[in-house]
Design a protein around this ligand. Sequence first.
Ligand code: SAH
Length: 444
Amino acid sequence: MLVEKNKNYTVTIKDIGSNGEGIGKYNDFAIFVPNCVTGDEVEVKIIKTNKNFAVGKIIRIVNFSNIRVPQKCNFATQCGGCQFQHVNYEYQLEWKQNKVKNALYRIGGIQVVVNHTIGMPAPFYYRNKAQYPIQKINDEIQIGFYANKSHNIINIDKCIIQDEINESIIKIVKDFLITYNVSIYKEENHNGLIRHLVIRSGYYNKNVMICLVINGDNLPYKDKLVEMLCNITQITSVILNFNKNKTNVILGDKYNTIFGADTIQDNIGNLIFNLSPLSFFQVNPIQTNILYKIVEEYADLKGTETVLDLYCGIGTITLTLAQNAKKVYGVEIVEQAIKDAKQNALNNNINNVEFIVGKAEEIDFEIHPDIVVLDPPRKGCELSLINTLLDMLPSKIIYVSCDPATLARDISYLKEQYHVEKVQPIDMFPHTNHVETVVLMSRK
Ligand code: SAH
């Protein structure tokens, strides 16, 4: 072992790892240091050692990198939400481009031009969805975010990536819980009622949905909560979500609307979408518009094509493409999302679509699509779906991915039959280590 635990060392950060941590070397031995950036010279205390690397904690920044910028949020280094608030935004974009390029090369064996990441002109207050855990610590109610790799809440009253309206909503909910002495859920013994506050807001349609997740069947004084929340005029929906399971999954399957509508609305391009509490919706509305424009550009529809949109959510990509295709099929595992998708097709007067509930990898496709769009969750596609695609052999595959590693793995299975034409990273999640990518593949 070249470095010892609890001792201090001074290292220069040479690179940023795939999770956003700085990487320095001490006599060629790698030390990972969170919250620093390439070019920083830092004195670190070693908090963990392994055979091949150690983990250090910053004691002092000896020399500041010129990539470093002041953090806008006081909680940035403790909160698990942002990893890059201390990093110049242009550099964040470059790092994300390289993250995609490296994953494609190292995991997928694919050497290809990766475009520069499309960033945001004003990368703050961009999120339309927040899920705040609620805890009682030393008799005080805390509503905030978990600290990095822990279930300890940091009491956050202001977050620079969430919709600013959340600040007043948190205050009201806290006020309600204190005034009516409502019990708060405890993970240790599975007792207590209030678990999470989930807020969803429409960016273009200024409407807000509040969802309170409870470990029970009813909320005492719920009328009072509604009365207090209605002071904020944008709130159009208050929902109780029931989650009585011992689980880290935030939302339960059942919910009850106690005020207003069951869904909220927002626009993407010229389309309007309704969404329920359990349905997926992209979290950055400004960048979603750009993301879908790229999907449209890559699809390059002439009006004769049959398209299959797998992992379609509430039908956002399906309906976007349907405007210029002959027919689009959407497949999605969450039943409520498919209900929303069907309603969205009606609301937007789009008839050349069909929505199917089911697992993308289990559906028995009778159709022969010209184009398949894939937009899976982080774990990527099942091998059985890849095999179906290799049987189906559409002329184009457009893969929208939120994890470059699984993207690279899945593309590598397709690369015998498909040529990777274009790779476009988009910054849907500024100040975090996440990146979204759209890939166009065409049949060889
Ligand atoms: N294309 C949509 C949704 C993408 S998120 C959009 O841009 O908004 C991924 C979606 O895949 C989620 O809605 C999730 O519920 C769904 N999903 C997860 N696993 C699935 C599977 N095995 N088969 C089909 N859909 C799945």
